[in-house]
Design a protein around this ligand. Sequence first.
Ligand SMILES: O=C(O)C(=O)C[C@]1(C(=O)O)C=C[C@@H](O)C=C1
Length: 365
Amino acid sequence: MSDEQSRLAQLRDEIDRLDREILERISARARCAQEVAHAKTVANPDDDVVFYRPEREAQVLRRIKERNPGPLSDEEMARLFREMMSACLALEKPMHIAFLGPEGTFTQAAALKHFGHSVISVPLPAIDAVFREVESGAAQYGVVPVENSTEGMINHTLDMFMASPLKICGEVQLRIHHHLLASADSDPPSIRRIYSHQQSFAQCRKWLDTHWHGIERVAVSSNAEAARRASEEPGTAAIAGDMAAELYGLATMAGTIEDRPDNTTRFLIVGRESVPPSGQDKTSILVSMRNKPGALYHLLAPFHENDISLTRLETRPSPSGTWAYVFYIDFEGHAEDPPVKKVLQTIDGEAVELKHLGSYPVGVL
Ligand SMILES: O=C(O)C(=O)C[C@]1(C(=O)O)C=C[C@@H](O)C=C1
């Protein structure tokens, strides 16, 4: 045996030994999670026990990133622990997560990024159907897109909060990479139609105008539906992501075609319970103000006075009347933090209506 071969054998022995140790430690962690589940059930014998704890998961993942000694990146290490916690949670209680489907959408990718792969993900055809599935208790949580860095807000999601009793329990951001996909035997000159979701067409507009000018663009209900059609109709292509390409066995004619390299979508996790503080949180509210001079100033002044940063301010038409508006505001902090409490009290005194949509951990992954 050469020196290199004996060194390799030695290193593999070391890896085998470490794997045995890791296996034991992961199993010990899983047994601990089972005991946690038991303790939660004993503590709430008459209630619907809440097993998923977003604030605790955020704290665990943040700590892993802070303490990560390398050489694996913080993101890679957090992803490994994400999957481990996902498997532990499934041992406590299998989670049904409703998402804006069908299978293969970016929303499904976001749901799996946030909850890990040990959940049962349930595709639904529309954003309101996701809300209904969670409101009825058929799914514990739902995942819906709320804003894209290129295209702006997804108004349908914002408007759902006006009437829904659901709370926002988390957020997750996903870098969106679009590809031009077609059956492996397709020849580029034979493509006469491209399918995609209208948002994805908008995110790839310049690239399409440059490379596929004059080719018919047909907007469909989702990227995954676009990929399904491209897989069945000769002479067509789809703009969609990796998951849809894999699901429908499509080949990539051109990869990463989004106009902006930082194209990112933010998704919200909706559920039926409020989330306690995690130490690094955000709060979302809906406010309707009386239509009088300085209304927006009066709404925003308390944030400035209490040194609270706004992360998003959107205006939506109010369902209660023409030319009346509702403000959707995201800001840093948790509703239980004293300065946030103070701001919410002040706004409540000024507003026609204030709805607290939820306080939740800032996305970690
Ligand atoms: O700490 C808890 O409450 C747990 O249930 C344990 C655990 C974990 O595996 O660390 C699992 C699921 C929860 O969502 C949070 C954390």
